[in-house]
Design a protein around this ligand. Structure first.
Ligand code: NAP
Length: 283
């Protein structure tokens, strides 16, 4: 039976570190949260954020727009206000934004020092160079934290990342390279994908296709991190990108969905909020 890499213990350990750092600051680390409309998954994530902020001694301020009121310029103005407010250290923008809004222009208005979820080009340049410019996308960093929490060796390991999006695949590949892993980044045009995944020590699945990684793509002694969140209409539940029933009996360790990486994302976000506050105090 494979070891289950649950997100909650890793999240608790990170929250403890974050709360200690937050209490050591002379300011209350504060996150601004911009939401357009009342999409249920955004509402539930926002609710989870408030709870996590409480655990980590941080504050959250919501900026909410009706879909009919939100325009590119109203969102840009709000972000400019947040950039200029020294009592706000960080900002999370719920995406995707409604059609007709220039999402890139809105994202790029955010000051990278407050960009705690890696949505600006400057933050992504920091991920690329390894310099402390902005922050990596939280989910990508949560993957690395999960592996480190469960003491999965990264140095010299061969990691196969399936997916190359700017939110997960690419940043997680760079972050793992900074940990001295050897990374193969795969995508929809990769040939002999199963051969590559089978040869890896670690597979990170960020494909966005339910049960994509099956028994034919894994081998014994591997660690599998499943980042996927997919709604299975037939089973009426959330499932990952890994076919858990097929893969779990073969591999050494696997993160489940739900209760895996997803449980760590808000903790990583609060960790970034406190770091952003700390950096602003040091200026
Ligand atoms: P995305 O932007 O759709 O990217 C999917 C990636 O998978 C693309 O790079 C694509 O390749 C690749 N891909 C698609 N079909 C493939 C195939 N047949 N073989 C190999 N690669 C293939 O998705 P994303 O935003 O990265 O999200 C990935 C998953 O993570 C989704 O299930 C999403 O819901 C989940 N997610 C989880 C969290 C969390 O907190 N746990 C947060 C965000 C997202 P191409 O580039 O060639 O198209």
């Amino acid at each position: 039976m494979a070891q289950l890499l649950l997100g909650a213990p890793a999240a608790r350990a990170l929250d403890d570190i974050t709360a200690v750092s937050a209490r050591a600051l002379s300011v209350a680390p504060t996150l601004a949260c911009i939401r357009v409309g009342d999409n249920p998954s955004a509402l539930s994530y926002e609710c989870a954020l408030y709870k996590r902020a409480d655990t980590c001694d941080c504050s959250v301020r919501s900026f909410v727009f009706e879909e009919s009121d939100a325009t590119t310029s109203s969102l840009i103005d709000t972000i400019k206000t947040i950039n200029a407010d020294p009592t706000i250290h960080a900002c999370l923008l719920f995406r995707p934004l409604p059609c007709g809004i220039d999402e890139r222009a809105v994202c790029e208005t955010l000051d990278s020092s407050k960009d705690v979820d890696g949505i600006t080009a400057l933050s992504l340049s920091g991920v690329f160079t390894g310099e402390a410019i902005g922050f990596a996308p939280c989910t990508a960093e949560a993957v690395v934290h999960m592996l480190e929490h469960y003491e999965v060796p990264l140095e010299g390991a061969h990691v196969c990342v399936v997916g190359r999006s700017l939110v997960i695949g690419r940043p997680v590949s760079m972050l793992l390279q900074h940990k001295n892993a050897t990374v193969t980044m795969c995508h929809s045009k990769t040939s002999k994908l199963a051969q590559l995944t089978r040869s890896a020590d670690i597979i990170v699945a960020a494909v966005g296709r339910a049960g994509f990684i099956g028994a034919n793509m894994v081998s014994p002694n591997q660690t599998i991190i499943d980042v996927g969140i997919n709604w299975d209409e037939r089973a009426q539940k959330i499932v990952g990108d890994v076919n858990f029933a097929e893969v779990e009996p073969i591999v050494r360790a696997i993160s489940p969905v739900p209760r895996g990486v997803g449980s760590l994302t808000t903790s990583m976000l609060m960790h970034h909020v406190v770091l952003a506050a700390k950096r602003s105090c040091a200026q």
